[in-house]
Design a protein around this ligand. Structure first.
Ligand code: NAD
Length: 268
């Protein structure tokens, strides 16, 4: 099995990376930067987001595994103390990677600027925020005008990203077996003059939404950890992606258990 390993860059993550490489070499795993079967991340969820965007052109074939060096992550869910176990699972000749792969939906984001069109995939979400002033944006759903939003921003998340920014914006947590995107408002202005839905909405696969920012508005667009500033966006389309992201689980860790561990803890 061929692997690539990417870390957060801090000393502890770098040390763990070296330990992983040594164990992997001893167990016959091959380091491959170009076409790995598995991409291992050491750090936090941010490191996984970085790995996802680095290998976004190979999502169909490779799988990701995350080791966390801080608190439990949603993507980085292996503990440093489980490093040996992970290398053993990866190098076991009886391991069939496909049997351990879970696939999560991602979002496809098409950005139409005055003189170029760009396509990105988001693992967590895209957000649109005003830089100097309130964001004003028309939201269309399936090519029909739905509302004009005014406020701090809009967050459109994937199911696995629903526990990230979306949760802070008051959106629901969605199980990643559901192929959806969720549109959540960030501090909308609602009064007798301005009106938007005021709650998050969930679109199924094969539906899409388009955002049309007011002309000449300076906006901050984020796609996961990536940030872009624009003042010439005509529209942004978001929908459930035609691809999925693949995670190599190797041992069960159900989504709701991760939600409970991250947000509720063991207390009673
Ligand atoms: P970062 O890498 O420091 O991450 C910020 C926090 O978000 C970390 O605690 C991380 O563990 C957590 N996180 C990331 N993905 C998650 C997920 N799917 N479920 C639960 N928690 C998750 O910050 P960054 O590099 O600037 O941005 C990465 C992500 O941070 C963004 O995709 C966004 O979801 C999140 N974020 C959240 C808020 C907020 O909640 N108000 C604000 C900014 C960014």
């Amino acid at each position: 099995m061929k692997y690539y390993i990417l870390n957060r860059g801090d000393q502890y993550s770098q040390e763990l990376t070296q330990t992983f490489k040594t164990l992997a070499r001893q167990r016959g795993l091959i380091w491959d930067q170009e076409e790995p079967d598995i991409v291992v991340t050491v750090g936090g969820d941010g490191t996984m987001l970085q790995a996802f965007h680095t290998f976004s052109d190979q999502l169909d074939r490779l799988a990701f595994v995350g080791i966390h060096t801080g608190h439990l992550g949603f993507y980085a869910d292996w503990k440093p103390s489980e490093l040996h176990q992970l290398v053993e699972r990866m190098s076991d000749p009886d391991t069939r990677l496909e049997q351990h792969v879970v696939k999560y939906p991602i979002a496809e984001v098409q950005i139409n600027r005055i003189d170029e069109s760009l396509t990105y995939y988001a693992l967590n979400e895209l957000t649109l925020r005003g830089i100097h002033a309130t964001l004003v944006v028309q939201l269309n759903v399936n090519d029909q005008r739905f509302e004009t939003f005014r406020g701090d921003g809009i967050c459109i998340s994937t199911p696995s990203g629903s526990t990230a920014y979306n949760k802070s914006a008051g959106g629901a947590i969605i199980h990643p077996s559901l192929e959806t995107i969720q549109i959540a408002e960030i501090a909308s202005i609602n009064n007798k003059v301005y009106r938007s839905l005021g709650s998050s909405m969930i679109l199924p696969k094969h539906h899409h939404c388009d955002l049309y920012p007011k002309a000449n508005q300076k906006i901050l667009l984020s796609i996961d950890h990536l940030k872009f500033e624009y003042d010439d966006i005509i529209s942004i389309r978001a929908m459930v992606g035609d691809k999925k992201v693949r995670f190599a689980r190797f041992r069960p860790f159900p989504f709701w258990n991760r939600v409970k561990e991250a947000f509720i803890g063991d207390g009673e």
